[in-house]
Write a protein that binds this ligand. Sequence first.
Ligand code: SER
Length: 311
Amino acid sequence: MKDQVVLITGANGQIGTALIPGLQKIYGETNVIATDIRNPKAEVSRFETLNILNDKALTDFIVKNKVTQVYHLAALLSSKGEEDPHFTWSLNFNAYLKLLEIARNNAVEKIFFPSTIGVYGPTTPKINTPQNSSFIPSTVYGISKITAELWNEYYRNRYGLDIRGMRYPGVISHETRPHGGTTDFAVEIFFDAIEKGFYNCYLKSDTRLPMLYMPDVLKATLDLMHADASRLSTSMAYNIFGFSLTPNELYQEILKYIPKLQIDYTIDHRQKIAESWTETIDDSLARNDWAWQPKYDMPAMVSDMITKMKN
Ligand code: SER
């Protein structure tokens, strides 16, 4: 097999930070190039500044480094993306479409595309959300991701580009605080519980959302990227699901470890976004095509988060 060179865009975010070590283990530290527009908070063996809005810089980077795989994590999330919808579209969609074109012209073999539960909308079935359904997203983040999913399928069918994607639910992790999303509460509550013993939640206590714990996110991502291409029936993005929770259920579970934790609720604009999403997800296509199976349920996730964060 020829040496792989892996480019990660938006590498300083919640998923990139956790994914870098896994990719380094597979491909070697020098073959994984983490990029972002800002410097990373922790030391990364190979990091370069890269603005994906600059097509020329992106092309030069891919050619110079002979990149063979891209994990394209750069994007603005659901809440932050609403502040400037046109800019969000440029970053989340236009830059991605450019990347697809650069990839097919420069021998990039594989692309990982993170999609989201943000592609679901008020017309999507809320329980056991099917792989294909009515998707009329309520945010520009969701619109940009579902449009990109269609282009993934187009590029695969027309040009044979190997693109693999999944619709991440809310991602829970302890490495960094997430930024700009609607599901951020499920991470913030742990940080604030440990640092302050108090959390002010911006969603109503009974808002149910689908989630996935980072070890399962990493496993899903790497398993999908290493699955036999002939087994994959979609390039759009696979539904995946771990468990669902409400802020109150999460609070009650954390109380078992931090009995003094207090919670208050100050609802903001993110409530409306959360209500347009779904509660549980049918991920049987991922289970059938590449044997996806999550390991963590809500109690196991909370126990592991508290142990890791207290350490
Ligand atoms: N975590 C994302 C958000 O809340 C959803 O994919 O925007």
